[in-house]
Design a binder for this molecule. Structure first.
Ligand SMILES: [Zn+2]
Length: 243
Protein backbone atom coordinates (compact mmCIF):
# COMPACT_ATOMS: atom_id res chain seq x y z
CA UNK A 1 0.00 0.00 0.00
CA UNK A 2 1.51 3.37 -0.98
CA UNK A 3 2.27 5.98 1.62
CA UNK A 4 -0.75 8.25 2.00
CA UNK A 5 -3.24 5.67 0.75
CA UNK A 6 -6.84 6.10 1.82
CA UNK A 7 -8.98 3.55 3.61
CA UNK A 8 -12.75 3.86 3.55
CA UNK A 9 -14.79 2.95 6.62
CA UNK A 10 -18.48 3.00 5.72
CA UNK A 11 -20.51 4.77 8.38
CA UNK A 12 -24.09 4.70 9.58
CA UNK A 13 -24.64 7.81 7.50
CA UNK A 14 -21.47 9.36 6.09
CA UNK A 15 -18.20 7.49 5.46
CA UNK A 16 -14.99 8.08 7.39
CA UNK A 17 -11.61 7.96 5.70
CA UNK A 18 -8.26 6.94 7.15
CA UNK A 19 -5.14 8.34 5.48
CA UNK A 20 -2.33 5.85 5.98
CA UNK A 21 0.73 8.12 6.11
CA UNK A 22 3.51 8.66 8.63
CA UNK A 23 0.72 8.33 11.17
CA UNK A 24 -2.97 7.56 10.68
CA UNK A 25 -5.29 10.48 10.04
CA UNK A 26 -9.05 10.00 10.32
CA UNK A 27 -11.43 12.23 8.39
CA UNK A 28 -14.93 12.80 9.86
CA UNK A 29 -16.61 10.59 12.47
CA UNK A 30 -20.38 10.52 12.23
CA UNK A 31 -21.56 8.60 15.32
CA UNK A 32 -19.83 7.01 18.35
CA UNK A 33 -20.51 3.56 16.83
CA UNK A 34 -18.65 4.72 13.70
CA UNK A 35 -15.70 5.69 15.91
CA UNK A 36 -15.79 2.17 17.32
CA UNK A 37 -15.78 0.73 13.78
CA UNK A 38 -12.78 2.92 12.89
CA UNK A 39 -10.88 1.54 15.89
CA UNK A 40 -11.79 -2.03 14.91
CA UNK A 41 -10.74 -1.33 11.32
CA UNK A 42 -7.33 0.02 12.37
CA UNK A 43 -6.70 -2.95 14.66
CA UNK A 44 -8.11 -5.79 12.60
CA UNK A 45 -7.83 -4.69 8.96
CA UNK A 46 -4.78 -2.45 9.02
CA UNK A 47 -3.07 -4.37 11.84
CA UNK A 48 -1.89 -1.14 13.42
CA UNK A 49 -2.06 -0.05 17.05
CA UNK A 50 -4.79 2.51 17.63
CA UNK A 51 -2.18 4.88 19.07
CA UNK A 52 -1.05 5.35 15.46
CA UNK A 53 -4.16 7.49 14.99
CA UNK A 54 -2.64 10.88 15.67
CA UNK A 55 -5.15 13.21 14.10
CA UNK A 56 -8.85 13.45 13.34
CA UNK A 57 -9.90 16.10 10.82
CA UNK A 58 -13.44 17.38 10.39
CA UNK A 59 -14.47 18.54 6.92
CA UNK A 60 -17.18 20.75 8.50
CA UNK A 61 -19.35 20.93 11.62
CA UNK A 62 -22.59 19.24 10.51
CA UNK A 63 -24.14 16.62 12.77
CA UNK A 64 -23.39 13.70 10.44
CA UNK A 65 -19.63 14.38 10.42
CA UNK A 66 -18.73 15.22 14.01
CA UNK A 67 -20.66 13.29 16.64
CA UNK A 68 -18.24 10.38 17.02
CA UNK A 69 -15.21 12.60 17.63
CA UNK A 70 -15.37 12.67 21.43
CA UNK A 71 -15.57 8.87 21.55
CA UNK A 72 -12.61 8.45 19.16
CA UNK A 73 -10.49 10.97 21.06
CA UNK A 74 -11.31 9.35 24.40
CA UNK A 75 -10.26 5.91 23.15
CA UNK A 76 -7.17 6.90 21.17
CA UNK A 77 -5.76 10.18 22.48
CA UNK A 78 -5.80 11.61 18.98
CA UNK A 79 -5.86 15.37 18.38
CA UNK A 80 -8.54 17.30 16.56
CA UNK A 81 -8.16 19.55 13.52
CA UNK A 82 -10.85 21.63 11.81
CA UNK A 83 -11.10 24.90 9.95
CA UNK A 84 -10.67 27.90 12.24
CA UNK A 85 -14.31 28.88 11.55
CA UNK A 86 -15.51 25.52 12.87
CA UNK A 87 -14.19 26.18 16.37
CA UNK A 88 -17.16 28.30 17.50
CA UNK A 89 -19.67 25.73 16.18
CA UNK A 90 -17.90 22.74 17.73
CA UNK A 91 -17.59 24.55 21.05
CA UNK A 92 -21.32 25.33 21.00
CA UNK A 93 -20.64 29.08 21.07
CA UNK A 94 -22.52 29.71 17.84
CA UNK A 95 -25.23 27.82 15.97
CA UNK A 96 -24.68 26.76 12.37
CA UNK A 97 -26.95 28.80 10.11
CA UNK A 98 -30.37 27.30 9.42
CA UNK A 99 -31.11 26.44 5.80
CA UNK A 100 -34.04 28.14 4.04
CA UNK A 101 -37.37 26.33 3.68
CA UNK A 102 -36.67 25.18 0.07
CA UNK A 103 -33.38 23.68 1.22
CA UNK A 104 -35.12 21.91 4.08
CA UNK A 105 -37.46 20.22 1.56
CA UNK A 106 -34.45 19.31 -0.59
CA UNK A 107 -32.84 17.91 2.53
CA UNK A 108 -35.87 15.72 3.33
CA UNK A 109 -36.01 14.53 -0.29
CA UNK A 110 -32.33 13.65 -0.19
CA UNK A 111 -32.78 11.42 2.84
CA UNK A 112 -35.83 9.70 1.38
CA UNK A 113 -33.98 8.83 -1.83
CA UNK A 114 -30.59 8.04 -0.29
CA UNK A 115 -31.37 6.45 3.05
CA UNK A 116 -31.62 7.99 6.49
CA UNK A 117 -28.73 8.14 8.96
CA UNK A 118 -29.05 5.13 11.27
CA UNK A 119 -27.66 5.93 14.72
CA UNK A 120 -27.62 2.92 17.03
CA UNK A 121 -29.55 3.08 20.27
CA UNK A 122 -26.27 3.74 22.12
CA UNK A 123 -25.41 6.52 19.66
CA UNK A 124 -28.78 8.10 20.25
CA UNK A 125 -28.22 8.32 23.99
CA UNK A 126 -24.48 9.00 24.11
CA UNK A 127 -23.69 11.33 21.25
CA UNK A 128 -23.67 15.06 21.90
CA UNK A 129 -26.08 15.84 19.02
CA UNK A 130 -23.75 18.64 17.98
CA UNK A 131 -23.73 20.30 14.58
CA UNK A 132 -27.47 20.63 14.07
CA UNK A 133 -28.31 23.81 12.15
CA UNK A 134 -29.89 26.41 14.42
CA UNK A 135 -29.00 24.59 17.64
CA UNK A 136 -25.93 24.98 19.83
CA UNK A 137 -24.54 21.71 21.09
CA UNK A 138 -20.93 21.19 21.85
CA UNK A 139 -18.24 18.65 21.08
CA UNK A 140 -16.12 18.31 24.22
CA UNK A 141 -12.84 17.82 22.36
CA UNK A 142 -10.84 21.00 21.94
CA UNK A 143 -9.68 21.85 18.41
CA UNK A 144 -5.89 21.50 18.64
CA UNK A 145 -5.18 22.60 15.05
CA UNK A 146 -7.14 25.50 13.55
CA UNK A 147 -6.71 24.90 9.85
CA UNK A 148 -6.74 27.53 7.14
CA UNK A 149 -6.53 27.57 3.37
CA UNK A 150 -3.15 26.41 2.08
CA UNK A 151 -2.09 24.55 5.24
CA UNK A 152 -0.51 21.12 5.07
CA UNK A 153 -2.28 18.64 7.33
CA UNK A 154 -0.20 18.21 10.49
CA UNK A 155 1.72 14.92 10.35
CA UNK A 156 0.31 14.17 6.93
CA UNK A 157 2.72 15.46 4.27
CA UNK A 158 1.33 15.84 0.75
CA UNK A 159 -2.18 16.69 1.93
CA UNK A 160 -3.23 20.31 1.51
CA UNK A 161 -6.20 22.10 3.04
CA UNK A 162 -8.55 24.00 0.73
CA UNK A 163 -11.10 26.21 2.45
CA UNK A 164 -14.26 25.73 0.37
CA UNK A 165 -17.13 27.73 1.91
CA UNK A 166 -20.59 27.23 0.43
CA UNK A 167 -22.18 24.13 1.93
CA UNK A 168 -21.15 25.72 5.25
CA UNK A 169 -18.68 28.53 5.92
CA UNK A 170 -16.30 26.13 7.70
CA UNK A 171 -16.11 23.52 4.91
CA UNK A 172 -12.71 22.25 3.85
CA UNK A 173 -11.51 19.85 1.19
CA UNK A 174 -8.22 17.95 1.41
CA UNK A 175 -6.11 17.43 -1.70
CA UNK A 176 -3.10 15.29 -2.53
CA UNK A 177 -1.53 16.28 -5.87
CA UNK A 178 0.61 13.16 -6.18
CA UNK A 179 -2.44 10.92 -5.80
CA UNK A 180 -4.75 13.39 -7.57
CA UNK A 181 -7.11 12.66 -4.71
CA UNK A 182 -9.70 14.97 -3.17
CA UNK A 183 -11.48 14.35 0.13
CA UNK A 184 -14.40 16.69 -0.33
CA UNK A 185 -16.72 16.55 2.69
CA UNK A 186 -20.24 17.51 1.64
CA UNK A 187 -18.92 19.98 -0.91
CA UNK A 188 -19.20 17.04 -3.32
CA UNK A 189 -21.40 14.01 -2.73
CA UNK A 190 -21.92 10.82 -4.70
CA UNK A 191 -25.55 10.30 -5.63
CA UNK A 192 -26.14 7.10 -7.60
CA UNK A 193 -22.52 7.04 -8.79
CA UNK A 194 -22.54 10.65 -9.98
CA UNK A 195 -20.68 13.43 -8.25
CA UNK A 196 -22.91 16.35 -7.35
CA UNK A 197 -21.98 19.80 -6.12
CA UNK A 198 -23.41 20.24 -2.58
CA UNK A 199 -26.86 19.04 -3.70
CA UNK A 200 -28.14 18.84 -0.16
CA UNK A 201 -27.35 22.24 1.19
CA UNK A 202 -25.73 25.39 -0.07
CA UNK A 203 -25.88 27.93 2.71
CA UNK A 204 -24.12 30.38 0.40
CA UNK A 205 -24.64 29.85 -3.33
CA UNK A 206 -22.11 32.49 -4.47
CA UNK A 207 -19.45 31.07 -2.14
CA UNK A 208 -20.19 27.54 -3.43
CA UNK A 209 -19.55 28.70 -7.02
CA UNK A 210 -16.37 30.53 -6.05
CA UNK A 211 -15.02 27.58 -4.07
CA UNK A 212 -15.77 25.22 -6.95
CA UNK A 213 -13.88 27.44 -9.40
CA UNK A 214 -10.90 27.23 -7.06
CA UNK A 215 -11.10 23.42 -6.91
CA UNK A 216 -11.49 23.10 -10.68
CA UNK A 217 -7.90 24.20 -11.13
CA UNK A 218 -6.84 20.93 -9.49
CA UNK A 219 -6.19 17.71 -11.31
CA UNK A 220 -8.51 15.18 -9.67
CA UNK A 221 -8.95 11.53 -10.58
CA UNK A 222 -10.26 10.28 -7.22
CA UNK A 223 -12.92 11.88 -5.08
CA UNK A 224 -13.74 10.72 -1.56
CA UNK A 225 -17.09 12.40 -1.04
CA UNK A 226 -19.07 13.39 2.05
CA UNK A 227 -21.85 10.97 1.15
CA UNK A 228 -21.65 7.81 -0.96
CA UNK A 229 -18.79 5.76 -2.29
CA UNK A 230 -15.51 7.11 -3.70
CA UNK A 231 -15.43 7.91 -7.42
CA UNK A 232 -12.51 7.37 -9.79
CA UNK A 233 -11.95 8.63 -13.34
CA UNK A 234 -10.10 11.28 -15.33
CA UNK A 235 -10.93 14.98 -14.93
CA UNK A 236 -13.68 14.21 -12.42
CA UNK A 237 -14.41 17.84 -11.58
CA UNK A 238 -15.41 18.54 -15.21
CA UNK A 239 -18.30 16.11 -14.83
CA UNK A 240 -19.82 17.29 -11.56
CA UNK A 241 -23.61 17.66 -11.63
CA UNK A 242 -24.70 21.16 -10.69
CA UNK A 243 -21.16 22.47 -11.11
ZN1 LIG B 1 -22.88 18.84 5.66
Amino acid sequence: MMNGSINVVAGRATPSYIIDGEALTVIDVCFPSDAKNIIDYVRNRMHRPIDDIKLVVLTHSHIDHVNGVDYLVKKTNTRLAAHARAVKYLAGKKAIRLPGICQIFRFIGFFFSNGLPRPSLTDTFTMPWAGIPGIRKRIRTRVAYRLKDGDTLPGCPGWLVYHTPGHTDDSICLYNSEMKALISGDFLVNLKDRLCLAPLLRLDEAATRKSFQKLKRLEVSRVYPGWGRPVRGEALLDKVIGG
